[in-house]
Design a protein around this ligand. Structure first.
Ligand SMILES: Cc1cc2nc3c(=O)[nH]c(=O)nc-3n(C[C@H](O)[C@H](O)[C@H](O)COP(=O)(O)OP(=O)(O)OC[C@H]3O[C@@H](n4cnc5c(N)ncnc54)[C@H](O)[C@@H]3O)c2cc1C
Ligand code: FES
Ligand code: FES
Length: 1265
């Protein structure tokens, strides 16, 4: 009755009955073993923060396989006889660090560090799986399931690729000991497994049964225990739960991993048999073997296709039968296994009982309703390449780890291969409509025809759109796009397989899919030795402990076992008034302790401080009228997280009927001219422009830029742990602004501020999400803790964060221009609107957008007018998101300038040159940048490429930036520096928050320089609300400098106090001697100082980017071929950190402009993209292939702290250049399509759908010649 396994070499034995039947390995590691290096965020296999390595003996080969796995999906009860490795087991401060951990830290691969253990373990799994023999491209391919929001991936990939056998990256000597870790022993005995771990089924308190059959007979005997109407699951990888959530009331869990019949494979001359529960990774290995056999060459194509399914850890554990079963249960699921197998007419071997097998087609299996069928295997036929042709396609919204927009498989049987006459065809498409898989019309059309004959091709594309009618299913892409895309895939197939001479030269590249070469980067910066360690490219202070998972985040903190977990109950009827809330069903749920709503709040129902940024009340719990869909209206407290989340769905809410209309987006407000919702900026220009008369050649134009919202996607969820201690509440909150969180909790509870004390060690990614939105969970957890007098832990799920929390201000600009033929601007007006959500808190319109609009240009009161408006919508209150307002402001003006260049038919660089603000730094920087990036030459080459390629287009886009850093919001940043007389080591604590931006490292560098001690003698301790009382928010890129300045003040104070002692002891006295003498003389060795308003005045940060991309016009997919960024960081305090900030911000900008699409049901206001399954920040293979960063040299900032400039946010603004590169590419396609020359409205995000729908492709015109 026990499950035995090793974790990091230590044996564990657990009684399955002691745990809920669906306890995951992640929960066990974290909550029971307190091994918190393994993190979690999405709990659905989509983010990689939970990856660990599992060594498991294969039931057929008996080989011990070592594989990365998502611990959030792996069920504990499937872990018998396995060996689990977690990051802390790999290396730590006691036993020494592992080379992967060391190298990742050395190579600047961490920022907030929350994603880091997942990356380390994924790499470790990859190395173990391949015995250390991996290539750089294998490495680069393996991280599709690991998301990092901070770094922009480049340094992570560099560090990981340095372990490859073909690495061109300098290898530090530590890596040789990697070999030590490849010893594979039986996890339990230390010897080879005897295969004798059979156990009887057991029953846990929930009434569920687990079974571990070791043969088909045992499997059916377990199935025999399943009563009529009882739910059961055959547990293989349990990864399907990451796609569709498993029902809660499963009574029988049958682990099929040890049934040899289901895990075997065989390759015969005429068929390949794959056991039902062969994992996708194992299947891919078999494909590689089979592809070398005659008749199975097509398996190489299958390998390619499977390589795009999910991600490495999911493929390592997810199985073929599991995938097909999802399709059986949810016919709309765009299964890649299904579409490829169906095109290949794969048959399935199905067991009704251990001795009765049936072979059936896939489609008949999907339709078979016989209960308790076991999918035993897949039979793949031989298709000799002389007689058959097979290709399959999967087009996805980013490079990896997303399900298909559309997938397809095509199998052609030749009647006469020489003359390309078709005997039969299987033409299959996925994600069109549940009832549409084969295009029967085309399948019937082709037999007897020459596949590449112009008439055949014309006929195909005349009839295909009619039969291919995708259903509308948001948030899936539009039917229009999916229809064109499906047709394009068949066209691509024809282009790529037709004899060369039958395809027009310029069409050929249309037959290919984009192929991404290995990425690389360069980083150029200057250092100033005399200031070391300031300006030195040092390793991040907490880099190593982040890489080993020893760095703790809020949710890693242990609270006592009487802690409770929280979840929001949310309102679903926008505009309606809540009449009654009935929590009785939730309270009856086992493990639920309490439900609280607005009436239980002792103080004010508001989670923001009422101040300059947040003048309006933001209700903690909806009290009257519901302001937006999924507005929290209460909190459930329960003994487990899952129970709290589930019970929250049981609370019944009654609403009063609401007759009014709701407006969930700006466009609805503007379309219906709801003027009472439009709040004009106080700073709007009102005086009309006095314009000179039109001159010959003057151009006029207008346009609209729409930038949708963006979800912050912090890897660490919104988290708070509130612990009642003595008579105060100790709060551990992932906040960027302790002062506001502390104040909000105190006011909400109606207690004095000093009875709420916060401690924040670090935050796992913030980007603005944790300025005020973190207070939602903070206040709710504090309420629960204070009511129940028990520790309360509130970790918001990704769904809850995406549904209930505000995001970036969406924005729209209506601009109008007049320019001379030279591009010189005579007039530019910009009427812009920004979506505030349900209140005007954190308004960016005046404060951040307006000052950025003039950017680097000569826009004066005589040629420029701007009117800003905030729009109230029935949506969560929008919040700041990296470069809030400023990114939008710069994008609006840059877009207008591009549009002017387009209208004048001039090179956009030239139009920028004529409009630069005279005397600005950009006047020197731009020509230099154009020369160093070879802009003109490359533009010419691109135009040549475009003229030679009909379906592949390139584009190049320039973006300029003058980022106005507004320091007037920095009132206080207290810092305490203490020196220990015992050994001279230094500790400091500050009121800022380490959110990954490196404030701690920079603060320590400054302290080391000013005090004159080695950097490794300085530690930075957690921020708290005693020494960091009243500190301002960590945001606006400014905190590192402001904290650094306060550190310098404090160190100066200490130096002053020590000066007389030093003088007395003489120049030869050591640091320690001075301190010990000072201590004996009662010199106070602790100094507290603060940054104060005005210490650093406002200044501007200049930057330039040049983005080159290539687009597949048939699919809309792109590759970012090269990006150059030149950014003025002054004298960078810490160049590795600043380069990391620039790279990370830019890549977050790429997500904003290209992949991160939020979809809503506009009738109700419900968000439809609330998971990693349907929201897509960039992954490791979405970054620029060639990524060149230069921090401007010899450019001290006269007003900056130690002549530096801020770097956290600005580079996000430079990502807008990608839209201009896209415009360049699309224009060429439109020209080829014969469309009139017109500016195309591209905004954020410009997805593959936008590209295809704007490129003018006409399916009916698809031809080979
Ligand atoms: C993040 C993520 C991304 C993904 N992306 C893709 C993608 O791009 N394309 C794609 O096609 N898929 C994708 N998937 C789906 C993935 O391929 C499946 O989750 C996986 O193959 C399921 O296998 P499993 O062994 O984990 O099934 P489990 O979760 O263990 O089981 C799933 C179902 O299969 C049934 N079952 C299992 N074995 C048998 C059997 N032998 N006979 C009968 N029934 C059985 C179970 O009863 C259960 O109902 C993704 C999944 C995740 C989590
Ligand atoms: S938490 Fe497991 S993949 Fe995200
Ligand atoms: S360092 Fe990767 S998410 Fe922060």
């Amino acid at each position: 009755m026990s499950i035995k396994f090793n974790v990091n070499g230590f044996p564990y034995e657990v009684q399955a009955a002691d745990y809920a039947p669906d306890t995951t390995l992640n929960a066990f590691l974290r909550e029971h073993l307190h091994l918190t290096a393994t993190k979690y965020m999405c709990l659905e296999g989509g983010c990689g923060s939970c990856v660990c390595v599992i060594r498991r003996r294969h039931p057929v080969s008996q080989e011990v396989q070592s594989r990365a796995a998502n611990s959030c999906l792996t069920l504990l009860n499937t872990c018998d006889d396995v060996d689990i490795m977690t990051d802390e087991g790999l290396g730590n401060q006691v036993s020494g660090y592992h080379p992967i951990q060391k190298r990742l830290a050395q190579m600047n691969g961490t920022q907030c560090g929350y994603c880091t253990p997942g990356f380390v373990m994924n790499m470790y799994g990859l190395l173990e799986q391949h015995g250390g023999q991996v290539s750089m491209s294998q490495v680069e391919d393996a991280f599709g399931g690991n998301l990092c929001r901070c770094t922009g991936y480049r340094p992570i990939l560099d560090a990981m690729k340095s372990f490859a056998v073909d690495s061109t990256i300098e290898v530090p000597p530590e890596c040789v000991d990697i070999e030590d870790s490849f010893e594979l022993l039986c996890p339990r005995t230390g010897q080879s497994c005897k295969g004798s771990c059979s156990r009887p089924p057991l029953r846990d308190q929930s009434g569920s049964h687990w079974y571990w059959p070791k043969s088909l007979a045992e499997l059916f005997s377990a199935l025999g225990q399943v009563g009529n109407g009882e739910l059961y699951i055959l547990v293989a990888g349990n990864t399907a739960h990451g796609v569709y959530r498993r029902p809660r009331d499963i009574k029988h869990f049958i682990d099929v991993n040890l049934v040899p019949e289901l895990r075997q494979y065989s390759i015969e001359a005429d068929q390949l048999l794959l056991g039902g529960n062969v994992t996708l990774t194992d299947a891919m290995q078999v494909f590689l073997l089979a592809a070398k056999r005659p008749g199975f060459e097509y398996c190489a194509q299958l390998w390619q296709h499977f390589n795009l399914i999910a991600n490495v850890p999911v493929r390592n554990n997810g199985t073929l039968a599991g995938n097909i079963s999802i399709k059986k249960q949810h016919f709309e699921f765009p299964s890649d296994v299904f579409i490829t197998f169906e095109a290949l007419d794969v048959h399935v071997l199905v067991y009704d009982n251990p001795s009765t097998q049936r072979v059936m087609t896939l489609l008949s299996y999907l339709g078979d309703t016989t209960p308790k069928l076991v999918l035993g295997g897949f039979i793949l036929k031989a298709y000799p390449k002389e007689r058959f042709l097979f290709r399959s396609y999967k087009i996805l919204p980013r490079a990896q780890n997303v399900h298909a927009y559309v997938n397809a498989g095509f199998l052609i049987e030749w009647q006469d291969i020489q003359r390309r006459i078709v005997r039969s065809a299987r033409i299959c498409f996925g994600n069109i409509r549940p009832d549409y898989i084969h295009d029967e019309q085309v399948e019937q059309l082709l037999p007897g025809k020459d596949l590449y004959d112009p008439a055949t091709v014309a006929q195909i594309f005349q009839q295909l759109p009619a039969s291919l009618q995708p259903e509308e299913r948001p948030p899936e892409a539009s039917p229009e796009y999916r229809q064109i895309l499906a047709c394009s895939l068949l066209y691509k197939f024809l282009l790529s397989t037709a004899p060369k001479e039958r395809v027009r030269d310029s069409y050929r590249t249309g037959g290919l899919l984009l192929e991404r070469p290995l990425s690389s980067g360069s980083q150029t910066f200057e250092t100033i030795k005399k200031n070391y360690p300031v300006t030195q490219p040092v390793q991040k202070l907490e880099g190593l402990i982040q890489c080993s998972g020893e760095a703790t985040y809020m949710n890693d903190l242990l609270t006592t076992s009487n802690a409770v977990h929280c979840a929001f109950v949310t309102a679903k009827r926008v505009g309606a008034t809540i009449v009654q809330i009935d929590p009785s069903a939730a309270l009856q749920c086992k493990g639920v302790l309490a439900f609280y709503s607005a009436k239980d709040i002792p103080g004010s129902n508001n989670f923001v401080p009422v101040d300059q940024f947040t003048p309006e009340v933001d209700e903690l719990f909806a009290a009257g009228q519901v302001k937006y869909y999924d507005q929290p209206l209460g909190v459930v407290a329960a003994l487990t997280h899952d129970t709290a989340v589930y019970a929250a769905t049981l609370v019944v809410v009654t609403y009063a009927r609401y007759q009014g209309k709701i407006y969930t987006s700006m466009s609805q407000v503007l379309a219906e001219k709801q003027t009472d919702r439009i709040v004009c900026s106080k700073n709007n220009h009102v005086e009309p422009l006095k314009l000179p008369p039109l001159a010959p050649g003057d151009v006029l134009g207008r346009g609209i830029l729409e930038l949708e919202s963006q979800y912050h996607f912090t890897m660490e969820p919104q988290t708070t742990i509130a612990v009642p201690l003595d008579n105060i509440l100790q709060v551990f909150c992932a906040t960027q602004w302790m002062d506001a969180t502390q104040g909000a909790i105190a006011k909400m509870l109606g207690v004095s501020v000093n009875s709420i004390q916060l401690q924040v060690r670090r935050v796992g990614g913030a980007y603005g999400a944790k300025v005020t939105r973190c207070n939602m969970v903070a206040c709710a957890a504090a309420l629960v803790a204070s009511k129940l007098r028990r520790p309360a832990r509130f970790v918001q799920t990704i769904e809850s964060m995406m549904e209930s929390n505000g995001k970036r201000w969406a924005c729209r600009s209506d601009y109008e221009f007049r320019a001379r033929a030279s591009g010189s601007i005579i007039m530019l007006t910009n009427n812009y609107y920004e979506d505030a959500g349900c209140n005007l808190n954190e308004n960016v319109v005046d404060f951040l957008t307006m000052p950025s609009l003039r950017n680097v240009y000569n826009l004066t009161d005589s040629n420029f007018r701007a009117k800003g408006n905030a729009i109230r919508t029935d949506a969560p209150s929008s919040t700041w998101c990296r470069a809030p307002g400023t990114a939008e402001g710069i994008a609006m003006t840059e877009t207008a300038v591009e549009h002017i260049a387009f209208t004048c038919q001039l090179d956009p660089a030239d139009v920028r040159l004529v409009n630069l603000q005279p005397g600005s730094k950009m006047v020197q920087l731009l020509p230099r940048f154009l020369a160093s990036t070879e802009y003109r030459k490359r533009r010419t080459q691109i135009n040549l490429f475009n003229s030679q390629n009909r379906w592949r287009k390139r584009g190049i886009g320039l973006a300029l930036m003058s980022f106005p850093l507004n320091t007037t919001v920095g009132l206080n940043y207290p810092v305490t520096v203490a020196i220990y007389h015992e050994d001279g080591s230094v500790v400091l604590s500050h009121g800022g928050i380490e959110i990954g931006q490196g404030v701690n490292t920079k603060a320590a560098q400054v302290a080391a320089l000013v005090l004159g001690v080695p950097l490794d003698q300085v530690r930075v301790e957690a921020s708290n609300t005693v020494s960091g009382a009243n500190s301002m928010l960590t945001a606006n890129s400014m905190t590192s400098e402001m904290v650094g300045l306060a550190v310098r003040k404090a160190c100066d104070t200490l130096n002053k106090r020590l000066a007389p002692v030093k003088e007395r002891l003489g120049a030869n006295a050591t640091w320690l001697q001075v301190l010990q003498a000072a201590y004996l003389q009662s010199v106070f060795l602790v100094a507290t100082e603060s940054y104060k308003l005005g210490d650093i005045p406002n200044y501007n940060i200049y930057g330039l980017s040049l983005t080159e991309l290539e687009v597949d016009i048939l699919t809309g997919n792109h590759l970012i071929r090269r990006v150059d960024i030149l950014e003025d960081a002054g004298e960078s305090l810490s160049p590795h950190i600043d380069v990391g900030q620039v790279e990370g911000a830019f890549v977050m900008g790429l997500g904003y402009y290209l992949t991160e699409l939020l979809v809503y049901d506009r009738q109700t206001g419900r968000i439809l993209t609330n998971r990693t399954w349907n929201y897509h920040p960039p992954g490791a293979k979405d970054i620029p292939i060639d990524f060149r960063i230069e921090l401007l040299q010899k450019s001290p900032n006269p007003v900056g702290f130690m002549r530096s400039k801020a770097t956290g946010e600005p580079a996000l603004c430079l990502a807008v250049g990608v839209l201009f590169a896209m415009q360049h590419a699309i224009q060429s396609a439109r020209k080829d399509a014969g469309l009139p020359r017109e500016w195309v409205r591209l905004g954020a995000p410009t997805t593959p759908e936008t590209v295809v729908l704007n490129s003018g492709s006409q399916v009916e015109a698809f031809a080979l010649q």
